[in-house]
Design a protein around this ligand. Sequence first.
Ligand code: 1CP
Length: 354
Amino acid sequence: MTDKRLLRVLRGEAVWPPPVWLMRQAGRYLPEFRALRSQADFITRCMTPDIAVEITLQPIRRFAMDGAILFSDILILPWAMGQGLKFVEGVGPVLEPIRTREDLDRLQPERVAEVTAPIMQTLRRLRQALDAPGDETVLGRGSAGATTLIGFAGSPFTVACYMVEGGSSREFLEPRQMAYADPALFDRLIDMLTQATATMLCAQIDAGAEAVMLFDSWAGLLPPGQFRRYVIEPSRQIVREIRSRHPSVPIIGFPRLGGLLVGEYAAATGINALALDTSADMMAAAALVPDGVALQGNLDPLCLVTGGDGMGHQIDVIRDAMRGRPHVFNLGHGVLPQTPPEHVAALVERVRRT
Ligand code: 1CP
């Protein structure tokens, strides 16, 4: 049974109108998400199936998105390996930085499967809720079996950025300097993350994820040689490992701000779909990727804040340019917290116009 519209596109079919979901579709812009925030801190929310299931389904109930992305975070992986992590209000993630061989040796990738078991439980429950026939109490009438469950992870380079820096940054100077000053150490970290990420994504698929996405949000910081070594090569290995165990599960790659290298990224990694950031010209990207690779994107998230005719026009430009090709409508980056939910409803309605 593969007639879910999003899955068909991820497998290379052109579907009209295109399926739609949004990066960070669960989040602070939804009042029902903010209401749950007071109940538990961020990591607890990710690790408690009752809460994580509820948050994942919130945007599906409201907007009937074609994709439901697991509520979790890319930094749960380093946390599960034993790295100290806190999400601080108004600051973002704060981690105990990894700067030396000793810091790296203290990580315990062998713990990840056990620590992330509740997330797999969340996925099992989500898959059941999304596919339950006639259970309109969960999702609303008629939508059972229509929404694709998406698992995800950060890509090794982006996760390493936060691990070495110790938090968020615009430049991530610490990890980028480590890659030049001690490439052997940086390679070890990347290799550890590559293996752990492939294993975790396979576990997510075993638990019910029907597609997986690799977020490489900081890929665009690297010069071409390092982009090949730290973005393309680890992603290629992750794709190869997932394919060997789950050959029919589509994989979406998001090498954000990858510029001219996105075509090489798509061809060399073997991903099924390439997610594009707002800076990318979708038609130019289409010319760079191998035939059959779907494109996902790439409306400016700010357009969704302003809404109205401006947003409508931008939606039409992207949707019409991609007509006849495998295209998943999405933003070029995550939904901004100040986004009015009714603009998201208007976006979905506009994308689905025939
Ligand atoms: O309560 C809150 O406000 C916490 C905000 C929040 C949320 C809602 C964080 C903290 N993470 C998430 C969830 C999340 N993160 C999802 C779940 C899906 C959904 O919400 O719909 C996903 C897929 C992510 C992925 C993620 N986390 C990325 C990759 C995508 C991207 O946005 O580039 C990155 C870089 C992170 C790190 C992260 N998590 C949270 C923050 C504040 C940050 C730092 C972002 C930065 O460095 O600017």
